[in-house]
Write a protein that binds this ligand. Structure first.
Ligand SMILES: [Fe+2]
Length: 243
């Protein structure tokens, strides 16, 4: 079975539509979402409705949690805070109920899904550097063979074996026996690796392979909607730079 893995959509409808059309070409059997459907972008309601209809499973991200009062965001910097306040006014009750229903963890076909670190998922800790990855070594026994996470908006893969962790740099790779993996699956709507194309992954459960995919989308349109909605221009500009 081929599983499409999407994360950090951040209310970017143009990027989400481009990724879904690419996933159709990839002929995936199912789609899972690793959270942060909303925040930063101009189409939170539309993205939420699409995720509800196309995803088998979705876990909650910190921006989703902030919207429905499951996380205090008063300490967020002003611009991010302002978008979250605006997003609340855009979402329908159905969308809010959906966000409220999302779990922190989901185990799916032997794969653990969560937004940030699998250790204490409610705190949404980042794992994108090898130093951060090393903090998981003491939990090796508890780790599932594969954990898929979002949150950093970067593609990063960490392979664990006993007291060791290494990063994997390939675009497509097989998961080796005896190793356990944490894979950060990039971002659909706000990539931060200086490649502005929307990102997603494909996990093949039989072949035990993971592939990183990138797809072009209409950045101009997504960016102009952010500006015309009165949201901070910085969130429009960064889309062009992929950060
Ligand atoms: Fe995010």
């Amino acid at each position: 079975m081929k599983i499409g893995v999407i994360s950090d959509i951040h209310a970017n409808l143009e990027a989400l539509e481009a990724v879904l059309s690419s996933l159709e070409t990839d002929k995936v059997d199912r789609i899972v979402c690793l959270g942060d459907i909303v925040g930063y972008g101009a189409n939170p309601k539309e993205c939420c409705e699409i995720i509800m209809s196309v995803c088998d499973v979705c876990v909650i991200g910190n921006h989703d949690a902030a919207i429905i009062g499951r996380m205090d965001y008063s300490y967020y910097y002003d611009a991010a805070h302002m978008v979250l306040d605006w997003t609340k006014t855009q979402l329908t009750d159905r969308c809010k109920e959906y966000l409220l229903s999302l779990p922190y963890f989901h185990e799916y076909e032997g794969v653990l899904l969560c937004h940030g670190s699998p250790i204490d998922a409610q705190n949404f800790e980042y794992i994108f550097s090898i130093e951060q990855a090393k903090t998981i070594i003491p939990y090796f026994e508890q780790l599932k063979p594969l954990t898929l996470i979002g949150h950093s908006h970067l593609f990063k893969t960490f392979a664990y074996i006993e007291n060791e962790v290494n990063d994997v740099l390939a675009q497509k790779f097989g998961l080796r026996k005896n190793y356990k993996y944490i894979i950060s699956a990039g971002s659909v709507g706000q990539p931060r690796d200086y490649d502005p194309r929307a990102g997603y992954g494909i996990y093949n459960t039989e072949m035990r392979t993971f592939e990183i995919k990138r797809v072009e989308y209409n950045i101009e349109k997504a960016a102009s909607k952010i500006t015309s909605s009165g949201l901070p221009n910085a969130f429009a500009k960064r889309l062009f730079m992929g950060l």
